[in-house]
Ligand binder design. Structure first.
Ligand SMILES: [Mg+2]
Length: 257
């Protein structure tokens, strides 16, 4: 399917009881912070997400690049169905196999440490196999970080680079958010529902494409020209407003009340 023109994207419809909701986390539910550890959910978000999960019969999942244990920390005491590490970790479906961390990964990690010493503010996030290199606090280092990752990826058999917002990540080649959605959609309580995927970044395009292919809806947070998302919400505040409105009866779906 061709990318959708930004001018043509509108607000997503009200969810109904037949939907399954897949939510990216950073940049979708959480505003970005200088480092990944400094994020927090806005006040009042947790009760809304809890209520919406109940209304959808439990078919609400987080789909994130963060590991599951971090998602559980941010969303505590909730333990939602979730895909962590872009789907390498799955709660609610069998996990996808990942390539074993290799000597080449150690070499990349060591090179990244040297680069971070030269460019203070570059953050190396070690996710146990996967590595994410962030430059939100050192924007001028972005080209160097990307070049370093590109120079090493050829030695990392079974891995690919996942670019994102001020980050590049080394992830298993057979893992992405679209496959995570497909895996969860094969399981109860997701199976048979209409998938709705909400995300902001390039890695979410896999989720958008998977949701579209299953007859669902895709929602881009923020604005980007080269996206396959059908619908649009301008920022994280608009996402939380939309989620809250979806805990209230919609104009046409009385059964959902
Ligand atoms: Mg995101």
């Amino acid at each position: 399917m061709a990318a959708v023109s930004p001018q043509r994207r509108v607000m997503p419809p009200h969810l109904d009881a037949g939907c399954a909701l897949f939510l990216d986390v950073d940049g979708t539910l959480l505003d970005f912070a200088p480092t990944p550890d400094e994020v927090a959910l806005p006040e009042g978000a947790l009760p809304v997400i809890t209520r919406l999960s109940e209304l959808l019969g439990g078919a609400l999942a987080l789909v994130s690049g963060r590991p599951l244990h971090e998602l559980d920390r941010v969303f505590a005491p909730l333990q939602l169905p979730a895909a962590g590490l872009h789907g390498q970790e799955l709660r609610g479906a069998p996990a996808m196999a990942a390539a074993a961390p290799s000597q080449a990964m150690q070499t990349l990690r060591a090179a990244a440490v040297r680069l971070a010493q030269q460019h203070p503010g570059v953050v190396i996030e070690d996710k146990g196999g996967n590595i994410a290199l962030h430059w939100r606090k050192a924007p001028e280092a972005g080209a160097h970080v990307t070049a370093l990752a590109q120079a090493h990826i050829g030695q990392l058999a079974g891995y690919r680079l996942q670019p994102g917002d001020h980050v590049v990540e080394v992830v298993p080649a057979n893992v992405d958010k679209g496959r995570a959605v497909q895996a969860l959609m094969r399981q109860a309580p997701f199976a048979g529902r209409r998938p709705v995927f909400v995300g902001d970044d390039l890695t979410d395009e896999y989720g958008f494409t998977a949701a579209n292919a299953l007859g669902g809806w895709s929602v881009l947070v923020g604005q980007r020209t080269n996206s396959h998302a059908i619908y649009h919400l301008p920022d994280t505040g608009a996402v939380h407003d939309w989620l809250r409105r979806n805990t209230e009866p919609g104009p046409t779906n009385t059964e959902y009340a």
